[in-house]
Design a binder for this molecule. Structure first.
Ligand SMILES: [Zn+2]
Length: 120
């Protein structure tokens, strides 16, 4: 550490109202935190908004549907294996004729499920 760096840290710590050692640790942890957050893949939850595998027309069609309805469409997909309604995950979207076709995996058994959203 150069004397300039030490002086800078001392003054910054004074502003922050912490001992220099606390300030340095605090700052280092903040920087580390940020770095790790940026490193994380952005697939925290099956969000409606991340649509990596939608074709462009399908994405436009999908985004024209209000968010609350989209959420409902995703959470009541029939799974033939589970024999009840499940949430579709890892889905992709494509236009089939006039319909929007979502194909993905059952959140419970990971079997293939699909949902057709009929065109107007
Ligand atoms: Zn299932």
């Amino acid at each position: 550490m150069t004397p300039e760096q030490r002086d800078l840290l001392r003054r910054a710590a004074e502003v922050a109202g912490m001992p220099v050692s606390t300030f340095v640790l605090h700052s280092a942890c903040q920087a580390a935190d940020l770095l790790l957050i940026e490193q994380q893949p952005r697939v925290s939850s099956p969000t409606v908004e991340s649509l990596p595998t939608f074709t462009e027309p399908a994405r436009q069609r999908w985004e024209a549907i209000p968010a609350d309805i989209r959420q409902r469409l995703l959470s009541n997909v029939w799974c033939g294996r589970c024999r009840h309604e499940v949430t579709i995950t890892n889905f992709s979207g494509a236009i089939k004729g006039r319909d929007l076709l979502l194909v993905g995996k059952c959140a419970e058994c990971h079997g293939d499920v699909a949902r057709v959203i009929e065109g107007a």
